[in-house]
Structures are given as structure tokens and as C-alpha cells.
Design a protein around this ligand. Sequence first.
Ligand SMILES: *Cc1c(COP(=O)(O)O)cnc(C)c1O
Length: 399
Amino acid sequence: MTRDFLAMPDDQGYFGEYGGQLIPPELKAIMDGINDAYEEVRQTATFQEELNDLYANYVGRPSPIFFAKRLTARQGGARIFLKREDLNHTGAHKINHCLGEALLAKHMGKTKVLAETGAGQHGVALASVCALVGIDCEIHMGEIDIAKEHPNVTKMKILGCKLVPVSRGTRTLKDAVDSAFEEYMKDPVNFLYAIGSVVGPHPFPKMVRVVQSFIGRVARALFLALEKKLPDVVTACVGGGSNAIGMFTEFLPDEAVKLVGVEPGGKGLDTPDHAATLTLGSKGAIHGFACYTLQDDKGEPLPVYSIASGLDYPGVGPQHCYLKDIGRVQYEAIDDAECLDAFMTLSRTEGIIPALESAHAVAYAMKIAKTMSPEQTILVNLSGRGDKDADFVANCLSL
Ligand SMILES: *Cc1c(COP(=O)(O)O)cnc(C)c1O
């Protein structure tokens, strides 16, 4: 069977039955305008050159692949490799799509860029690129996350963005999205909502995938050069799904490569405290697009939880829903305890402190490596670094 993954989404923004634009007509016109502007500008040499120059000289791309030798020896079994997105300027993969969004905003003559943030990584990345291109930036963040992710909050203030604390609901990511969206709707013609993942109405799941997919393109080429064959397993954590789709896209046609998205199992899948949307969710809609969601019997999103603020979202990118249904990507859950263990183990075997989000993927690799042979390999997308989580983890473990 040939599957033309890159032909997706269709004109209406659908990946199979997921995605689309479940939004009022006036907002649909705005989104279509963004799509048109994006499709026009991405073809131009000046936009490509500006973006590529910034990726190389501002972000520090391409980032390498690292063989985690001591981690592999400790676990036994398959050899574990890390794609070092943690080395990017601002500490995670999010700078990749923020740069694209900020340049698009500038090109479209927008006056303000706004967004929500969970762990603060999207907020810091966006505030940085807005300072870089010289455009106003406003970030909405739940009060719980503000308390937990203090270093990122301080950075956003230094970078000159307007930070809006969100005190409604669970005071985490979903409420921050609602709050930022309300502000956006006050003037969607002049504002750009810079969505922080492959979620939201069309064209965002497509745009964010396109700019993130060089993660996998570079990783696949570097891995082939290093090992002369493709990895057996490629894995990445899934919140909204941008670092995972960025990693997976290039590998989708390689049917022999097993792709695994890792969701936050929180305090356990038998408790309400998780955000394992693909593992336990059902078909629904959230924030203007159709996807699997964790919802109550009225279709309202359930409160979700993860030790990693960047993963606790009750929806998930539409392409992941499609890839789950056709069976091309497998989705697994890792709980908080396994995540913390991986966080500490990677820190102490390799001297790399991972983001708590990324530690979910590391934990999955650690778990399955033992069940595989030493000839086999696992490639983990290390989506970000853990500076932001260091105090929180030290507290958790009374270090
Ligand atoms: C935000 C974030 C994630 C989760 O977002 P995705 O869109 O699922 O990639 C994962 N890792 C890090 C380091 C993050 O900052």
C-alpha cells in the first residue's frame, strides 16, 4: 500500500476524519487568509533564506545525534541514540515553529503575536523571536504553571513580553489556551495567534508540521551516516504532538521503522490524573479541530494532569489521531514515576538533564531497550532540556 502522507491534510485541513476548521465563519476567513499568506511566502527565496539563516545562526541547527553509551550499558539490549533538540537556543524544539510564525506575522503586517504556554517553553521561544523580529508579544499562562516554571516566567519578563496569568479552571494549559484565544478574538485581523503545537484549526497543524519536520529529516540522514541503516524504533513524547510529528514525518514511508509516541500517564491510567489522550480518549473536538479528546459525557474537556506541564492537554494533533487509526504509529503511556526515574538516570549516566516532557520518551526507550537485542537501535527525540525543571525535581525527590 502506498500512503502519501505529505499530501495531507486535504484542502479543508482534514487528516482522514480529524482536523478541519470547527470555527465561526469570520474566523475561518482569517485562518484561510493565514494559509494563503503562508503558502505564498514559503515559496519565496527571501523567506526561505531568512528562515534558514536564523535556524543556522540563531537557533544553532542542525543539532547532532548522540549515542547514549552509558545509558545503553546500564539498561542492556538495544543501543539508545538521542536527537539533541535540547541544544537549540531557548532549550527546546519550539523555537523552530515560533520563528516561522513570527516571520509570517511580520510578513503579514500583524501588530501583535499572542499565545498560551504550559511549561513556559513556547512562551520563552515566542518572546525571544518576537524580540528578534521586533513585534509585540503577549503570553497567557496558568497560575499553577507560573508557580512551577519560575525560571521561564522570569525569562519572559526579561525578554519584554506581556505575561497574563490565568486564574480560571484548572489554572493550567487548557485554560491558558481559552484565555489567549479570547484576547485574539478581539482583533484577529491585526493579531496572530501563534499556536504552540500541531493543534488548532487548519492551517496550524500543517504549518507547524512543515517547519518541525526537519527534525526527522536531519535525524534520518545523520543516523544513516552513523549506522549505515535506519533505527528499529523512533520515539518522541506527545503533548499536542509537534516534536513527535517533526521527528516521525520523514520516517513515515519507512514501514520497517517502528514509530512510538509517548503520552503522559501521570499518576496512572486507572486514575483521573493523566493526559493520555490517544490511549484513553474518544473522538471529539477541542479548540477548533476534530481529534481524540479526554472528555466528559457532554463533550467538555476533562481536567488533565502530567508532571510535565508541556504535556497536559486534553486534545492532540489531528495527524496523530489519523496515524493511530491506520496503525502506522503506536502510542504508549509513561507515568510520573517512570519519567522521574528517566530524568535522573539520563542526568547521571550521560550528564544530560532532559526536560520532563522529553524524559517520557527516554523512559519508554529505557523500558523497551531491555526487550531488544544489542544489534537493534532506538532513536529518541530529546525535545528539550531540563533546566526549567531542575528545582521542581530536586523538590520532588528531596535532593
Ligand atoms: C512543549 C513541549 C513538548 C510538548 O509539545 P509537543 O507539541 O507535543 O511536542 C515536549 N517537549 C518539550 C521540551 C516541550 O517544551
